[in-house]
Design a protein around this ligand. Sequence first.
Ligand code: FAD
Length: 418
Amino acid sequence: MIRSVATDSQPRNTFSTDVVIIGGGIAGLWLLNRLRQQGFDAIVLEKSALGSGQTIASQGIIHGGLKYALSGVLSPASSAIAAMPEHWRRCLEGQGDVDLRGCRILAPHYFMWSSGGYRSRLKTFLGSKALRGRIDALSASKYPPFFHNSDISGALYQLSDFVVDTPSLIELLAAPHRDRIFKIDADTLKASMTDSGQIKSLSVQSLTGAVQITAQRYVLCAGEGNGALLEMLGISDPSMQTRPLHMVTVRTAHPEPVYVHCIGDDFGMTPRLTVTSHPDPDHEGRWVWYVGGELAESGVRRSSEEQQAEGRRQLGEAFPWVDFGSAQWNSFLVSRAEPRLPNLQRPDTAYVNSQQNLLVTWPTKLALTPNLSDSVCAELARQQIKPQAQDFDESMSTLAACFEFPGIAKPRWDALFS
Ligand SMILES: Cc1cc2nc3c(=O)[nH]c(=O)nc-3n(C[C@H](O)[C@H](O)[C@H](O)COP(=O)(O)OP(=O)(O)OC[C@H]3O[C@@H](n4cnc5c(N)ncnc54)[C@H](O)[C@@H]3O)c2cc1C
């Protein structure tokens, strides 16, 4: 439990807890759930709305590492991600380490379509061998409704991957712990350090004045915000890299949602188009298509108008049976945040770095969040950090009076189309 350690010589709003998590995206909220189950007193400090960095902007695909499979090889590192869809399914059934029963699933399966060209068929074939039984080639009679009557060439595969509705996921993870998730003014967040570089305490302005918080461990789960936090703490290793994406959104009247990787006909390992469909906030039963993949990676060099035009061209070419006549197009830039690794490598697993009483984390993928929490819990156990259980309900309600609950972020297209 949070405990007030106010004494005559200290400010009244001084608190101590087991673990302070900074950042309330998927990483911070999943970890909060895991730590609370283990009896730790833990809180989340969030500067904006929950999930407002990458999580709500993600496509929500819980995937098992298709990109590794496309090269025909599943390395030991990539087997961490190969195990993730099954791990999440157990959670969704209420049998896993976090209870995700009630989370909205947008698509129980994700699909991969190789358009028929030689190289794309080869990549898909190699992928299917490497995935060993976790990918099924479909006969036309088993195609999902979007592809009915489409007369597509090439092969359509059903993957073990699936798609979650990220706002519903964030809401579910936050719900049991609303009284421990606090909206802070990040500009006022300061750390006091010992001579040896340990964090002594954090201080932050609240609705009722300055609040000081001490903890056994501090965990950075702030996504792209980790960069500024590391700078504030004077830490240069690890450092962060960001990968910008120019995502395209299409508000369409087409009745069927679509969830598919369109595998391109080049030598790249990124699908040409990665399409997911999300509920249209203004039209019940309609969809906003959300498009990433190579289009979004190469699109960072295009203006918004150019990117929308390129999206129209590529989607029109991929799905000629769809009438885009009344569709509304939009696009926006958003970055993935990851640790900077030697030789500009991309991490294959969740990343956890521990130094003194600080842990710096990036899941690197939504799908890898359970892997991140496992690593943090293992690290706390290795360091023999244990819950210091006491009863401090009164201090908890005092803290709740200092900060508001941050609320849940809305998808970016809510604002784009309104
Ligand atoms: C366009 C896009 C599509 C993606 N699609 C997928 C996908 O389909 N499948 C998949 O597995 N992965 C996907 N990803 C990756 C995935 O979204 C991220 O790896 C994951 O969401 C990161 O979660 P996080 O909690 O670490 O960070 P975030 O979701 O970015 O959350 C960080 C939180 O910290 C807060 N914060 C920042 N600074 C501070 C501070 N100083 N103090 C307090 N709070 C702070 C932010 O407001 C935010 O709420 C995608 C990423 C992008 C950008």
